[in-house]
Design a protein around this ligand. Structure first.
Ligand SMILES: Nc1ncnc2c1ncn2[C@@H]1O[C@H](COP(=O)(O)OP(=O)(O)OP(=O)(O)O)[C@@H](O)[C@H]1O
Ligand SMILES: [Mg+2]
Length: 386
């Protein structure tokens, strides 16, 4: 399972009080990049403490006598940051992951981690070397590759996946890997919508919760919201200038540190030109110009909360395939309350040009309304529906 540590970040040495999570948070405020928020300050303190504990453990483990004794280090509880949308959970976790002086660390969207786990278990089926429990074997590998795992958007939808991943994480954490997670749902409520499975799930959720300190981030407001209310979300026309403007918005959302990545769908990989956390950038061509289908869109939308689409063209009837894909994508985004920022040749309702063969493609009016709704997403995604 080589991917599991491929995104490990380089280690940095931290002088207590000189750098660290709390000082990095305060620096952002001092530089005017973010507003001071008391609740976020408390969360930054908790993350800072955790960073110091991890660092101290790392130093002890590297010590001569400790290496001789091979004693397992004292357990450190992870941190589960829960709160409503836009409260700064992801921002704080990213800050933590960047600052903490741990070499074997990995930050990954929880959905992507689940996919890796399922793939690894599927691949390993029937060839367990020691005829052991395959989940236990995988847990050992994950632990060896990661001292720290940071999961963005911890969420559980499917009962069988949930049992697997919670068992795995319980073992990984019992071995000493520390988990930090952001979520809109507290651990006991993770299966709230599935009354019939709650009793079965309870022990797994309790075991998971026992490794974590749950911290509710009651930040003053949804910081994303204010920005979106001000922002123009649909830039017309699809000119160089608007493309650059859109890019600038994207840079602001991603603090200028987005990178190429991919979304896995089974054994396939859909490239994402740039993304950071739950924000992604695509060109229209990359999303709808190629042979993409509903499964791709579902996976993309499951991973990303905010999607930027550059250069949506006016669609003529002989571009039926692209138009159909675009409608499909908008449908999926609408269902999931995904935020959309776009540069486009025309306003949504004027995207579909009429021509000689106009009847060959008639955009259903409800889809166009959705398109407008999706772009007018200032109200964001209600937490209950995530
Ligand atoms: N104190 C702050 N001042 C200004 N902007 C902030 C502050 N905290 C967070 N932000 C910004 O608000 C946006 C939302 O923050 P973030 O993505 O971390 O929220 P979240 O709690 O993870 O939300 P979600 O539950 O939707 O994932 C980000 O662009 C972030 O940089
Ligand atoms: Mg988040």
């Amino acid at each position: 399972m080589p991917e599991l540590n491929s995104a490990s970040l380089p280690s940095r040495s931290v002088m207590p009080g000189a750098t660290g999570v709390l000082s990095a948070y305060r620096r952002l405020i001092a530089q005017g990049k973010i507003e001071a928020d008391t609740a976020q300050g408390h969360a930054a303190e908790a993350l800072d403490k955790l960073a110091q504990a991890l660092q101290a453990r790392h130093e002890t483990r590297e010590g001569f006598f400790s290496r001789l004794s091979k004693r397992r280090p004292a357990p450190i509880k992870g941190l589960y940051l829960v709160g409503e949308v836009g409260r700064g959970k992801t921002m704080l976790m990213d800050l933590f992951c960047r600052e903490v002086a741990v070499t074997k660390k990995r930050r990954i969207h929880f959905h992507a981690f689940m996919q890796e786990v399922l793939r690894a278990l599927h691949k390993g089926q029937g060839r367990s070397e020691r005829h052991e429990d395959p989940v236990r074997e995988l847990a050992q590998k994950v632990h060896e590759q990661n001292d720290l795992l940071c999961f963005d958007e911890f969420q559980i939808n499917d009962m069988s996946d949930a049992v697997l991943v919670l068992r795995l994480l319980d073992m990984v954490m019992a071995l000493g890997t520390v988990v930090v997670a952001t979520s809109n749902t507290a651990p006991p409520d993770l299966m709230k919508n599935q009354a019939q499975n709650r009793a079965t799930m309870r022990p797994y959720l309790e075991a998971f919760g026992a490794h974590m300190q749950v911290l509710t981030l009651e930040a003053a407001r949804d910081y994303r919201r204010g920005r979106e209310l001000d922002a123009q979300t649909w830039l017309v026309p699809d000119s160089e200038e608007n493309s650059a403007h859109l890019r600038q918005k994207f840079e602001t959302e991603t603090q200028g540190s987005a990178e190429p990545d991919f979304v896995s769908i089974g054994s396939r990989r859909v490239p994402v030109p740039f993304c950071k956390g739950d924000v992604a950038w695509f060109t229209f061509e990359a999303l709808c110009g190629d042979a993409r289908g509903p499964a791709d869109y579902l996976a993309i939308v499951a991973r990303f909360r905010t999607i930027f689409i550059d250069r949506i063209p006016a669609l003529v009837p002989d571009q039926y395939d692209k138009a159909r894909r675009f409608i499909n994508l908008i449908d999926v985004m609408y269902e999931n309350h995904t935020n959309l920022f776009a540069s486009a040749a025309a306003q949504p309702e004027a995207l579909y040009q009429t021509g000689e063969n106009a009847t060959a493609f008639e955009a259903p009016p409800h889809v166009l309304r959705k398109c407008v709704r999706a772009t007018g997403s200032a109200e964001g995604r209600p937490p209950a529906q995530r």
